[in-house]
Design a protein around this ligand. Structure first.
Ligand code: NCD
Length: 374
């Protein structure tokens, strides 16, 4: 149940934007719900996304979001449907709802981040939660405290959600087993990055209507990419087929086995870019993550050679469908995996991905705290 925020300060929307009048709760007594049909309200709430939104108690039974591996297609659908409703808030003059009022979200980021950390913070603030950001250089981790001790101390302050990014695969799972609050994985080593896959799915759904039947090429440094792993799981669960493309030196063994029969049947590996792109509906390019191989033997001769063989240019994009979209989780290494003219072209939906990130994270925070409005 959403309660309006009281009295002073900026006005907070007590209800939802973009909801057809018939579906609106008739309980607003404040009169500050947006009227139906206001600018930007119907962007993504049209006929394409008419599914009802469910609360955690109804069809989202998860306490934590540590990986796409734990979600089934229905749970992913609940998150995406709720994100659809939140996407329109970015166009509103007052970008605020009251659903997480009085709740505390801690962003605990042990790895660098621009997009993801800011996106979680904005998502929490747009829902009126108190958002606290902690990075290792400011925390006692720098004094030798273990991750678990740091997390337990934060948990003792009574947050509702801890969002964690850590270089160690499995770190969020460890916290989820230990803490009382909800835990969200914002990227664990080379393992999973579930909210990135969800925002990617939301972006694809917006452009392609549905994911079932889509041919998605994921190209680049698959060895170190948590984005690739979460996307492989998410896309195949939603009925898409995935072509995974990288040089052998950046291809982890067993990648297509990640999700058992599902990924085995719905994904394939190729080392030829043209083969991966041929007839693709979506092309997702990944950055070469040099920071994860520091001190190791190089995986390819040099960035120019990588770019010539695996980079997406106007020439190689022509192998994909004429209406194929180009995606990238960021940060882009311009001129390496992605030619600047393609990155800046109308085919690229990279900034849209970023904007969906806020909507998806709002949905995740609401669902995990049981605050989603029925
Ligand atoms: C990615 C990450 O950190 O896993 N970026 C992101 O979260 N948007 C990919 C990358 O760093 O290349």
């Amino acid at each position: 149940m959403v309660r309006p925020v009281a009295t002073a300060g900026p006005r907070v929307n007590s209800g939802r934007y973009g909801r057809p009048r018939a579906q609106r709760r008739p309980t607003s007594t404040t009169g500050d719900e947006f009227p139906t049909g206001r600018r930007g309200l119907t962007v993504s709430a049209g006929a394409r996304y008419s599914h009802p939104v469910a609360t955690r108690s109804a069809s989202f039974a998860h306490r934590h979001l540590v990986g796409i591996a734990d979600l089934d297609a229905a749970a992913i659908g609940v998150i995406l449907d709720l994100a659809d409703r939140h996407q329109a808030i970015a166009a509103e003059p007052v970008k605020k709802l009251a659903t997480l009022r009085g709740k505390t979200v801690i962003n605990l980021f042990f790895e660098n981040s621009t997009r993801t950390r800011t996106s979680f913070e904005i998502a929490a603030k747009r829902l009126s939660a108190d958002a606290v950001n902690i990075s290792p250089s400011q925390s006692s981790a720098a004094k030798g405290e273990t991750l678990l001790d740091t997390a337990k101390n934060l948990d003792a302050m009574g947050p509702d959600v801890v969002v964690v990014r850590h270089a160690m695969g499995g770190a969020p799972h460890l916290l989820a087993r230990t803490l009382r609050c909800a835990v969200v994985n914002a990227g664990d080593g080379q393992h999973e990055h579930p909210t990135q896959a969800l925002l990617d799915a939301a972006t694809m759904r917006r452009h392609k209507g549905q994911l079932a039947g889509l041919e998605v090429a994921i190209v680049g440094d698959l060895a170190h990419s948590r984005v690739a792993r979460s996307n492989l799981l998410c896309l195949t669960k939603l009925g898409a087929r995935v072509r995974l493309c990288a040089p052998w030196t950046l291809l982890p063994p067993g990648l297509t086995e990640l999700g058992g029969d599902l990924t085995r049947e719905r994904s394939r590996i190729t080392t030829r870019l043209e083969d991966a792109l041929d007839g693709a509906d979506v092309v997702m390019m990944l950055r070469v993550q040099h920071e994860r191989t520091a001190g190791e033997a190089p995986r390819f001769a040099n960035p120019r050679e990588f770019s010539r063989t695996y980079g997406l240019s106007a020439r190689t994009l022509a192998y994909a469908k004429p209406d194929a979209i180009v995606m990238h989780p960021g940060p882009i290494n311009r001129g390496v995996e992605l030619a600047p003219d393609v990155a800046d072209s109308g085919r690229a939906v990279i900034l849209e991905q970023v904007s969906w990130g806020v909507a998806v994270r709002m949905a995740v925070l609401e669902l995990l705290t049981g605050s989603a409005e029925a």
